[in-house]
Write a protein that binds this ligand. Structure first.
Ligand code: UT7
Length: 338
């Protein structure tokens, strides 16, 4: 590891489908209400793709092109693709390979990161180390999710389905040049697999005691839909995202007051409010997107960065703390000078 080499975010972008699905739209297909969703989660609307043709790699492709344009680098300069998703195009190969082909690139490594809501910070962490090692100069780090077609849209699935949206976000991670103020200060990633089944999709899978990845029985039992212990997720999310913030600040011997902008994973506005209350963070330093985009899992943080930039809340030179929590359970944080 060459400690003198640092990575920086040289480009940021996102891509959201045009179709807006409001809570009132959901009221028409399941037994739920706008008021319940807003009170419990803060979500007002989300984006869902139209029809059945668009894929996760399509969303990732659009966000990637925009991030490359923002970084002002040609796609031929990309040394590696890291794609975080829990809604892959297929069981295998990884969606990063489909994205690579769509981008017209070949030979460079294309890796899927399957760490759900923590996927983007895991990917950022891995990319950062590849750059610090001196091996690569430009890495495309993407979070992309197509949740809507994988959700149970009947009343039975309402506790999960109302929470999720589709979308993609991407950053270009580049080797910082001498004199660059902008850099990734640190990343920290964690997991605790004893909670793996508190938020999961059991099928398709080969651990269900059947002779196929997916059977009619699995479908009948709705094993191909996400299952969640919402209360357990909630409690652990607050605890771990707070720990993550302490870990990244302590590691850099910085105080939380030094942070200019906090970007939290957007699972539930109440989770973020709980963290803000406990840490007494100034609300104006916290940027949320959940009201309009809901939880886009691995795409949430890069989408948040992009919108914070677009809305003038994130500017070059600012110190940004990212903190996330998700299925696995997995969690992580990053501190960066944008
Ligand atoms: O990135 C990780 C993603 N997941 C999360 O972050 C989830 C974290 N957890 C949560 O956000 C909350 O647990 C939820 C918002 C999912 C649920 O809130 P809750 O306060 O834990 O509600 P609950 O599950 O205890 O359900 C309360 C009631 C139940 O009805 P009864 O049994 O009291 O009659 C549910 O059936 O609310 C009902 N309910 C709904 N009602 C209307 C559950 N989902 C809905 C819904 N609309 N969508």
């Amino acid at each position: 590891m060459q400690e003198s080499i640092k990575s920086k975010i040289s480009g940021v972008a996102s891509f959201l489908p045009d179709r807006v699905v409001t809570n009132y739209d959901l009221e028409k297909i399941m037994d739920t209400t706008h008021d319940w969703i807003v009170q419990r989660t803060g979500i007002v609307e989300r984006r869902w793709v139209e029809g059945t043709k668009v894929t996760t790699s399509d969303l990732a492709y659009e966000a990637s092109l925009r991030a490359l344009a923002d970084a002002k680098i040609d796609k031929s300069a990309v040394d590696m693709i890291l794609l975080a998703t829990l809604s892959p195009d297929h069981e295998f190969p990884g969606t990063a390979c489909f994205l690579q082909a769509k981008l017209g690139l070949s030979e460079i490594p294309a890796i899927d990161i399957r760490q759900q809501c923590s996927g983007f910070i895991y990917a950022l962490s891995i990319g950062d180390l590849f750059i610090k090692s001196g091996r690569y100069k430009n890495i495309l780090v993407v979070g992309s999710e197509l949740q809507s077609r994988g959700l149970d849209k009947s009343t039975e699935g309402r506790d999960v389905t109302v929470l999720f949206g589709d979308g993609a976000g991407a950053v270009v991670l580049s080797r910082a040049t001498e004199g660059d103020h902008s850099n990734i200060l640190s990343t920290h990633i964690h997991a605790d697999g004893q909670f793996a089944k508190e938020l999961w999709v059991p099928a398709p899978g080969l651990a269900l005691g059947d002779d196929a990845r997916i059977t009619e029985g699995h479908m009948k039992e709705k094993l191909h839909y996400p299952r969640m212990n919402g209360k357990a997720v909630y409690v652990h999310a607050v605890k771990r995202m707070i720990e993550g913030l302490h870990e990244c600040c302590d590691h850099n011997q910085l105080n939380m007051n030094d942070v200019d902008l906090f970007l939290f994973h957007q699972a539930n506005l109440r989770i973020v409010e709980g963290i803000v209350d406990r840490l007494k963070l100034p609300p104006e330093k916290v940027f949320n997107t959940i009201e309009r985009f809901a939880n886009t899992t691995a795409a949430t943080l890069p989408i948040g960065m992009d919108y914070a930039i677009k809305e003038n809340r994130l500017k070059r030179g600012m110190l940004v703390a990212l903190s996330t929590f998700g299925s696995g359970f997995t969690w992580g944080s990053a501190l960066l000078r944008y």
